[in-house]
Every structure is written in C-alpha cells, then in structure tokens.
Design a protein around this ligand. Structure first.
Ligand code: NAI
Length: 290
C-alpha cells in the first residue's frame, strides 16, 4: 500500500450506500483505492458522498486512516452496469436474502469472470448466495464491522464453494484496506452475529420484562465485563431494522426460538426508531428528546 499514490491494483465497486456501504467506501478512499458506489437513487448517493467526507476527516483525525497520502476517487451511479471494470465488488444492500441474490446476480453479470465478489451480509450464509452468481468460486463473505473506517478487523468467510484464488484476492484487498481478516467458516450469522444478535435480542427482552432499563443493561456489560459498548448501544449503532432482519434470517435458518425478534424490537422498528440513524432507538441521539 502506498501513501503517496492511489492504489491502482484495486478498483472497488460497492453496492448499497447505506450505513455500511458508505463506511466501506470511506475506508477504501482513505487507503487510496478508487470506489464506484451504487444505490437506487441519486439522493441516497449524494448523502453518502457528503457522509464519506466527514467520516474521512474523523478517521484521519483519530489516526485510524493515514493522514498523508492520496484519497481514492469516488464515482457514484444508479446503474449496476457501470461497475464493469471493478476488480472487486462488495454488496452491502439491505439484509434480505432475495434482494442480495438479485444484486449479486446483476453484479456477477456486470463484471469479468474471475472478479472477486464479496457479500457483507450479517447473517445469510455465503453458500446460500453462491447459486445467484455465475461462478460460485468467485464469492466470499467479508463481514466488516461498523464503522469499518474505525474498526480494522473483519470476518473473512470462506464458503464451501469459495475458491482459493478468490480467498487470496480477498486477503490482498483486506491488506490494502488495512484490515485484519479473521477467517471463519460458513453458517447463519457466522461467528459474531450468531452470538451478538442473540445477545441483543435477550437484552431487549430483559428491558421489556422490566428487569433492567437500557442504561443498566449496558452499564453492566461495560463495567462488569469490560465491553467497550453494551449490547443495546451496539444495537442502536447497527440499526434496529437491520437487527430485526438479521434475527429473522437466523431464526429462519436455525429454527432456534432464541433468535425470534422480541416484541420490543419489533415495536421500535414499527415506530421508526431504528437507533442512531433516526436519532432514537434504545437511547436518544443528537438532540432528540427521550
Ligand atoms: P442500510 O439500510 O443502511 O443500507 C442499505 C442500502 O442498500 C440502502 O441505501 C438501500 O437503498 C440500498 N439498496 C437496496 N436495494 C438496492 C439495490 N437493488 N441496489 C443498490 N442498492 C440497494 O443497511 P446497512 O446497515 O448498511 O446494512 C447493509 C448490509 O451490511 C446488510 O447486509 C447488513 O446486515 C450488513 N452489515 C451491517 C452492519 C451494521 O452495523 N449496520 C455491520 C456489518 C454488516
């Protein structure tokens, strides 16, 4: 990785310009990698462009991205056909398996055979998605953490049909992004979300039962166990809509009732209280009352 010129080895296509797609874009730009960012509307893309500028400043100020050196070039588009010359594609669309299948099929058709395809899914097994793409061996999972420009470890998921070339390419990309990839096997939720989503669901149940309020649940985890962020503040950071989608995937794939989204989570999502991104979830943010 060079600090003085753009990293021309990689040209990353990111599909989905929400919380994660924007964060992954910031990470790549800050490492000198050019990005083509795709979403369904110009409005979403304009917001993402503004957000990456602020995130870049923050990550550099915190010393989480190089302060010196080139910034990658950002191109935005609503047309997936425009990603044809990408060297790797990351899908970061909403956690709905049929949507991911559609987006991966379109991405796979748009790029050259052998181009690395990455799913940033929280919970959908990689092998379940492999039938959507022209060459299942080109597909791996990379579960970036939120926000990826501040947290520099990700799960690298090796699906049963992921090829060695794709895994090597994924490792090279992670290195260029300054990320450490922990290699894990396939399965609903992989390692992190199989544990974390269940913990969030249980924490929400504890609040609903009146055993403890959100601040006390998180204070216990942070103080007693040394977690930097408790489960409910983590849920607000992830987005409660995404938490419910991920729990549904885990519940459907495992049949384990512990993953069935609890009523309090469903109520908050129905009320539009998604967490940080809407200003209110288990906690209030940015001047929101309550
Ligand atoms: P989000 O809801 O913030 O963003 C999803 C984006 O996908 C939206 O901008 C939406 O317009 C876009 N989209 C939907 N259909 C599309 C299509 N056909 N083509 C292009 N774009 C499309 O969701 P978020 O939180 O960014 O999650 C994205 C993925 O990353 C999910 O699979 C999620 O599980 C995963 N993830 C989320 C993390 C988090 O903390 N939020 C952490 C790690 C992974």
């Amino acid at each position: 990785m060079s600090d003085t010129v753009n990293d021309r080895r990689h040209r990353l296509a990111v599909i989905g310009a929400g919380v994660m797609g924007t964060g992954i874009t910031t990470l790549a730009l800050g490492r000198g990698i050019d990005v083509i960012l795709v979403d369904v509307s110009e409005d979403i893309l304009a917001k993402a462009r503004t957000a990456t500028a602020g995130q870049l400043r923050l990550a550099r100020m915190m010393g989480k991205l190089p302060r010196e050196g080139a910034t990658g070039e950002l191109v935005t588009t609503t047309r997936v056909e425009d990603i044809a010359d990408a060297t790797a594609v990351v899908e970061a669309v909403t956690e709905l398996a049929p949507l991911k299948a559609k987006v991966l099929a379109e991405a796979s058709a748009a790029v050259a055979p052998g181009t690395l395809l990455i799913s940033n899914t929280s919970a959908v097994p990689i092998d379940e998605q492999a039938d959507s793409v022209a060459r299942p061996e080109d597909l791996v999972g990379i579960h970036f953490m939120n926000p990826p420009y501040l947290i520099h470890t990700a799960e690298l998921i090796r699906g049963p049909r992921s090829g060695e070339a794709a895994l090597a390419e994924a490792r090279a990309l992670l290195e260029a992004l300054g990320q450490h990839g922990v290699v894990v096997g396939d399965g609903p939720g992989f390692v992190i979300n199989r544990i974390l989503q269940r913990m969030i669901n249980e924490a929400a149940r504890i609040v609903a039962e009146g055993v403890a309020d959100p601040a006390s649940v998180d204070a216990a985890f942070e103080g007693c166990l040394g977690h930097t962020t408790g489960p409910l503040a983590t849920a607000d950071l992830i987005g409660l809509d995404n938490v419910v989608d991920s729990l549904r995937v885990l519940h459907e794939r495992t049949g384990d009732a512990g993953y069935e989204p609890c009523a309090l989570l469903l109520e908050k999502v129905a009320a539009g209280d998604f967490g940080r991104k809407t200003g209110r979830g288990f906690f209030a943010y940015g001047g929101s009352t309550s």
